[in-house]
Design a protein around this ligand. Structure first.
Ligand code: ZN
Length: 79
């Protein structure tokens, strides 16, 4: 998965989580609230798993998604 797909997927999961959470709380449906938490956990897990340098495996959480090079090994991130 490349960084752009990752960003889109995690953003979509976050939006879904917020909507489900709002709906779950508003309609008093614990199932929706649970789904919201699951979507949130999935977004974080994806981020954690895929937001890494393809060369050295450095976790790039602090790095902006549009960064070109890995701060650890200096290799390009979008090759
Ligand atoms: Zn690297």
């Amino acid at each position: 998965m490349d960084f752009k797909t990752l960003k889109k997927t995690t953003s979509a999961l976050m939006v879904a989580a917020i909507l489900l959470l709002a709906l779950g709380l508003f309609l008093d449906l614990p199932l929706l609230t649970g789904l919201a938490l699951a979507a949130l956990v999935a977004a974080f897990a994806l981020e954690r798993k895929f937001h890494r340098c393809p060369h050295c495996g450095q976790y790039l959480r602090e790095l902006p998604t549009e960064a070109e090079k890995c701060p650890k090994c200096g290799e390009g991130l979008h090759e």
